[in-house]
Design a protein around this ligand. Structure first.
Ligand SMILES: NC(=O)c1ccc[n+]([C@@H]2O[C@H](COP(=O)([O-])OP(=O)(O)OC[C@H]3O[C@@H](n4cnc5c(N)ncnc54)[C@H](O)[C@@H]3O)[C@@H](O)[C@H]2O)c1
Length: 341
């Protein structure tokens, strides 16, 4: 089987994780990387031995030696490179949030259909063995159809300085929106959301530091989602997430802050995440690698993805948009007709 030839657009924090994970796959070859910062480009090319260093996104997507483009730029700048890459015959992996606007998400979906190429949303938690096991249990008698879901995501506060660049619903909660849609297996009917600022930097920001959203699905299932940037930096807990799914025949539950591994030293305690993207004996491991492996397999075999769904991602952006509106107005938002009550 030929290797999937990959081009990566955006070499920031997460784009470098894409580069590292793709480079450790036997089924992929990173042919070209692109960033508007020459220093980042140079450094990444040297570290991972990539020959083609490109500063223009247009030039990257026009190359004829690439099968898949990973779009890993800023959250609100995914539309243009995704459309151009699809139009020039590339498959595209577009990071979460696929965009921050429902009309753009639909435009991407339509462009993929018109091009006949595959479009993958970067919803990597579907490749976390724990969240995937809950999906299996929801489909079986172990948990059964969800009646009530609680999903929580909490990150260290210093990250807020960077990631307030988009609303918390698009940065953090979008993961849980996607999981809740996956588990419920249907569309969201209505949302009611609340946002709060805690610190002075939070009060000065357009994005809430704490965000709650209540979701009601068309099949009656309920979800409560909670995202926050309030884990104190000094606590040393990179990821403090939790989930509980109450189904018709059982309950699934996990919580990550006591994940086991801890380091104690003069700087305090650190509980690192080893689940999303980590290194094992120099090789990349974690759900990012699993997601990229799956995407390369779909491309090599010419199969549509079934584990991740761009249609779900489009609905996820609609739900996120409704949450942001509800948060701003204090009103319930009904999705089907987008009528605010
Ligand atoms: N799936 C996940 O768990 C996960 C985790 C982290 C980030 N992300 C997502 O990945 C994306 C990138 O996040 P990040 O933290 O790496 O951002 P970042 O700000 O660290 O990096 C963005 C990079 O893109 C480059 N860039 C932007 N526009 C460009 C253009 N037109 N041409 C060339 N280069 C360009 C910038 O120079 C920068 O290096 C976001 O959508 C983010 O939400 C996903």
């Amino acid at each position: 089987m030929n290797k999937v030839r990959v081009g990566i657009l955006g070499l920031g924090r997460w784009g470098m994780c894409h580069l590292e994970a793709f480079s450790s796959l036997g089924t992929a070859e990173v042919v070209a990387i692109c960033d508007s910062s020459p220093e980042r480009l140079e450094r990444a090319g040297k570290e991972y031995g990539v020959a083609n260093l490109i500063s223009s996104a247009d030039e990257l997507v026009q190359r004829d030696d690439i099968d898949l483009i990973s779009v890993v730029t800023f959250e609100s700048h995914h539309l243009e490179p995704t459309l151009k890459a699809l139009q020039s015959g590339k498959h595209v992996l577009v990071e979460k949030p696929v965009t921050t606007r429902p009309d753009e998400a639909k435009a991407m979906q339509e462009a993929a259909a018109a091009s006949g190429r595959l479009l993958f949303p970067g919803h990597l938690l579907r490749f976390d063995p724990r969240y995937a096991a809950i999906k299996e249990a929801v489909l079986s008698d172990r948990v059964g159809a969800p009646v009530s879901m609680y999903l929580k995501r909490s990150r260290e506060h210093y990250l807020f300085e960077t990631f307030q660049r988009v609303h918390t619903v698009f940065e953090l909660m979008i993961h849980d929106i996607d999981l809740a849609i996956w588990y419920a297996g249907c569309r969201v009917r209505s949302v009611k959301a609340y946002g709060r600022s805690v610190t002075d930097s939070g009060a000065a920001s357009a994005s809430p530091e704490v965000l709650w959203a209540n979701l009601e699905f068309e099949n009656g299932a309920l979800a409560v989602l909670q995202s926050s940037w309030m884990t104190p930096d000094q606590a040393g807990v990179e990821i403090a997430d939790a989930i509980e799914v109450i189904g018709r025949s059982g309950i699934a539950h996990f919580e990550t802050s006591n994940s086991g591994l801890q380091f104690w030293n003069g700087q305090g305690r650190l509980t690192p995440d080893t689940n999303i993207h980590a290194k094992l004996h120099g090789q990349s491991v974690g759900c990012l690698r699993e997601q990229l492996t799956y995407i390369c397999r779909c491309i090599s075999r010419g199969e549509d993805p079934v584990v991740i769904s761009f249609a779900d991602a489009v609905h996820g952006v609609e739900v996120a948009d409704a949450i942001a509106k509800s948060c701003a107005t204090g009103r319930e938002v009904v999705l089907a007709e987008s009528i605010e009550l």
